[in-house]
Design a protein around this ligand. Structure first.
Ligand code: ZN
Length: 259
């Protein structure tokens, strides 16, 4: 059985912990201390680390976690920017970590080295997607290194996964993202309903994650570049005709950057 926990770190990061009750893997430990505290509380050993991209708030805790556990496996993209990686992985590869098999997706956009990990569903549970800073609840990551066309291709890969897939992203940005989603599609009732639900969770001190791909397909403008109303609003914002969904993506991202 898979237990998924978002461990809060810094002001709005989540370090995802995968556990089967006997061992634990963590995704993007930007800090070691919250992970150590959670492991001690659960009385679980850390079996390994998964990394999605090189930003400091995703890898800052790796050295300390490894120093305390010599030989700890660290999976991640092949890049000179992350020296701690012991198991470089690439698109299309399947890796077995503990009882789970993860598929690697290359999703260059937020950074060029960005990868995502997909755990396929089985009879017992839905699949899970560890997408780092590529896709957020109701939003997406900024384009620091990649292009809108790359972001479009990255999100297209996510759209092809089962809608029940749990979306495990790395930041609590949901309410701000939903405000933008409402500006893009003021008439979309799924967005206003989600707004109410997520506000309740935050007011209770709960994370809004994991989300599901089905919910993102219904409420996330960056997953809805095929919808005529979204295209029209992106076109109005850009003030110039947009040739395809990648250009719609670019116009939405620029709009959100200044929202
Ligand atoms: Zn990042």
């Amino acid at each position: 059985m898979l237990d998924l926990t978002p461990i809060p770190a810094f002001s709005d990061n989540y370090i995802w912990a995968l556990s089967d009750g006997r061992q634990c893997w963590v995704v993007d430990p930007g800090e070691a201390e919250p992970v150590e505290r959670w492991l001690a509380l659960q009385a679980l050993p850390l079996a390994g680390i998964l990394i999605t991209h090189h930003h400091a708030d995703h890898i800052g805790g790796v050295a300390a976690l490894c120093q305390a556990r010599p030989g700890l496996p660290v999976y991640g993209p092949e890049t000179p920017k992350i020296r701690a990686i012991t198991h470089p992985v690439d698109a299309g590869q399947r890796v077995t970590i503990g009882p789970w098999v993860l598929e690697i997706l290359a999703v260059p956009a937020h950074t060029l080295d960005h990868i995502a990990y997909f755990l396929a569903p089985d009879d017992q549970q839905p699949g899970a997607l560890f997408c780092g800073d590529t896709l957020f609840a109701a939003g997406c990551g900024r384009l620091f290194e990649g292009t809108p066309a790359q972001l479009h291709r990255a999100l297209a890969q996510f759209k092809a996964l089962p809608p029940s897939t749990l979306v495990c992203c790395a930041h609590e940005y949901t309410l701000a993202n939903l405000a933008f989603a409402q500006a893009v599609e003021p008439g979309n009732s799924a967005i206003s309903e989600r707004c109410t639900q997520e506000q309740c969770k935050r007011a209770a001190g709960l994370p809004t994650l994991p989300s599901t791909l089905a919910l993102e397909l219904a409420t996330n403008p960056f997953m809805r570049t095929h919808i005529p109303e979204v295209q029209q609003k992106a076109h109005l914002q850009a003030g110039t005709p947009l040739a395809d969904e990648a250009e719609v993506m670019g116009a939405l991202r620029r709009w959100k950057d200044n929202f």
